[in-house]
Design a protein around this ligand. Structure first.
Ligand code: GDP
Length: 299
């Protein structure tokens, strides 16, 4: 919680100071509401959410004097209500052997790191985890995953750069299945500058692994870097067109995070947020807790 709170401190202090500026010794009038709405939009909560929250406050308090503390409490409650439906932990289905998790996302958003953290977590739950270095485009991604494999004691299936990612994923699933693994984590490329190429590659991976297990991948996780703010929206749109995303991981909520974007994403897409990244270390992946997040964000 401390990490998250620190990470969100910029968003939080901007919001908290803004609220204090608007509401100190002042009645809740149209001007104050307008300022509050603007503040929420600037904090990346999105225009729909900002308008709804402001209207909700006006319904009960219009014309009355409100304290910054009351406004913060109201907002924290609303944020919590909004993100609660998407705060859903990742469930590994034991009947799947293995449960296949495909990680997609733009380069640098934290795919490989998230795979390492997930592997560590699942290993500690006693599960056997295999990894596939499906970002065959970048040598650094392959070697980074190998390092995570060593750290967590999980086998990594990798090939030389330039190898066919779908072929690698197929082989990894065959091997993981033969070994009776519980989970297979598949890394992928994220070079959005070649959108068509990336789409073909991701779709081919999905098509090919379905030959072995028609229901795989069981989870397709999109990693989003929380510091990119509104950019995250277009990334969801782009990747949703490529593959069937059914979960999100918001990374870097410890950095100069623009945490408000998570609220807007929850409102707009309703995709489960399975985990949040709060650091670069192997232990820095947490389940997404709606109440903690709301308290950390609004202060
Ligand atoms: P990929 O290109 O999507 O595989 O991204 P990487 O996993 O290589 O991560 C890119 C950078 O972000 C690396 O330097 C990671 O250490 C860093 N990173 C990933 N997740 C987090 C996080 O939750 N917090 C912080 N502070 N850094 C992170």
């Amino acid at each position: 919680f401390a990490r998250l709170k620190d990470g969100l401190s910029k968003s939080t202090s901007r919001l908290t100071e803004g609220i204090s500026g608007i509401f100190t010794k002042r009645k809740l009038d149209d001007e104050a509401l307008e300022e509050l709405e603007e503040l929420l939009i600037r904090a990346d909560l999105g225009p729909t959410t900002a308008a709804r929250m402001t209207a909700g406050l006006a319904r009960t308090r219009f014309g009355k004097e409100v304290t910054p503390q009351e406004v913060r409490e109201y907002l924290a409650g609303e944020v919590q209500k909004l993100v609660e439906p998407v705060a859903r932990p990742l469930v590994i289905e034991p009947a799947r052997r293995p449960h296949v998790i495909l990680l997609v996302g733009v380069n640098g958003t934290g795919k490989t790191t998230t795979i390492g953290k997930l592997a560590r977590q699942l290993r500690e739950e006693g599960k056997t985890v295999w990894m596939a270095a499906g970002d065959t485009f970048r040598a650094a991604a392959v070697s980074q995953l190998k390092v995570w494999g060593e750290r967590t004691g999980c086998p990594v299936i990798a090939k030389d750069t330039g190898a066919d990612a779908a072929g690698l994923a197929f082989e990894a699933l065959e091997k993981a299945r033969a070994a009776g693994a519980d989970v297979l984590l598949i890394d992928t490329a994220g070079r959005l500058q070649n959108k068509t190429g990336l789409m073909e590659e991701l779709r081919k991976i999905v098509r090919v692994i379905k030959k072995l297990d028609p229901e795989a991948p069981h989870t397709t996780l999109l990693t989003l870097d929380a510091t990119t703010g509104q950019n995250a929206h277009s990334q969801v749109e782009v990747f949703k067109e490529m593959v069937a995303i059914n979960g999100l991981v918001l990374t870097k909520l410890d950095g100069s995070a623009r945490g408000g974007v998570l609220v807007a994403l929850a409102e707009k897409f309703g995709l489960p947020v399975h985990a949040i990244g709060v650091g670069e270390g192997v232990y820095d992946l947490r389940p997404f807790d709606a109440r903690q997040f709301a308290r950390a964000l609004v202060g």
